[in-house]
Design a protein around this ligand. Structure first.
Ligand code: PGA
Length: 264
């Protein structure tokens, strides 16, 4: 049975940047998209301190918000912890999990990420689960094996596949102004999709696989043409409306992924 085409998803990750004054940028993005609506699905993940205010500001604009991490526990004695339910309470629909900065700087393992994703599902939050190889793994020719392993071990078995998104972010491309060759991105996405299909069977067809790592308005159109790229995860270029809006608009001209084309 042919699947309905899903629009590309464009996700902005503000990381540890932004204070109340920066919400003005979100206001600009929202106004522009209200004036000229977009067919893409737009999500902005501000720091936790701005999440509730950002969610209120964006309410009714069609732009969803997301957290940047959540705890694996639902509640408890963990000073500084933020649970998935707290993110939902602050208005979030999504949560980034397993970002390479957290895997590297906070020593998060695949098992930790799977536990966090399970917590997100319990709270009815939609995880955007990040995977990606390091420069050393790439040089050693291990990219596809690393991705396969990260997907199989970080995606919890209980995932309602319809609520999961995966983001391929080569660690060496993040913040570096470099992106992999299109053929390498295509191979990575095909490997991730294969692993998702092993994990979730037919239900995996509805999981979008995003590309992230030095995405900007200039390279977004080409990246979205690559087979298997269902959207983009944007860091630096997501914090200013003037940089983020061209990425969102690029999503409007992206071809439908072949998998989603009607067959009759
Ligand atoms: P970048 O970050 O777009 O600044 O490279 C992407 C990310 O880390 O999600």
């Amino acid at each position: 049975m042919p699947l309905a085409r899903q629009p590309p998803m464009i996700v902005g990750n503000w990381k540890m940047h932004g204070v109340t004054a920066d919400l003005a940028e979100m206001g600009v993005i929202a106004r522009e998209l209200l004036e000229r609506p977009t067919s893409t699905e737009v999500v902005i993940c501000p720091p936790a301190t701005l999440l509730a205010t950002a969610s209120r500001c964006l309410d009714g604009t069609g732009i969803a918000t997301g957290g940047q991490d959540c705890d694996a526990k639902d509640q408890g004695a963990h000073t500084g912890g933020v649970s998935a339910a707290m993110l939902v309470d602050a208005g979030a629909r999504y949560v980034l999990l397993g970002h390479s900065e957290r895997r590297r700087l906070d020593r998060e393992t695949n098992v930790d990420v799977a536990a966090k994703a399970a917590a997100a599902f319990r709270a009815k939050l939609r995880p955007i689960l990040c995977v990606g190889e390091s420069a050393a793994q790439r040089q050693a020719g291990r990219t596809l094996a690393v991705l396969r392993r990260q997907v199989l071990r970080s995606c919890p078995p209980e995932a309602g596949a319809g609520r999961l998104t995966v983001a391929y972010e080569p660690v060496w491309a993040i913040g570096a102004g470099a992106t992999p060759a299109p053929a390498d991105i295509e191979a990575a996405h095909a490997t991730i999709r294969e692993a998702l299909s092993r994990r979730y069977g037919d239900a995996s067809a509805s999981i979008r696989v995003l590309y992230g790592g030095s995405v900007d308005g200039a390279n977004a159109p080409q990246l979205l043409q690559i087979a298997g790229v269902d959207g983009l995860l944007v860091g630096r270029a997501s914090r200013r409306a003037v940089q983020f809006l061209p990425v969102v608009r690029a999503g409007e001209t992206a071809p439908p992924p072949l998998d989603y084309l009607p067959t009759d």
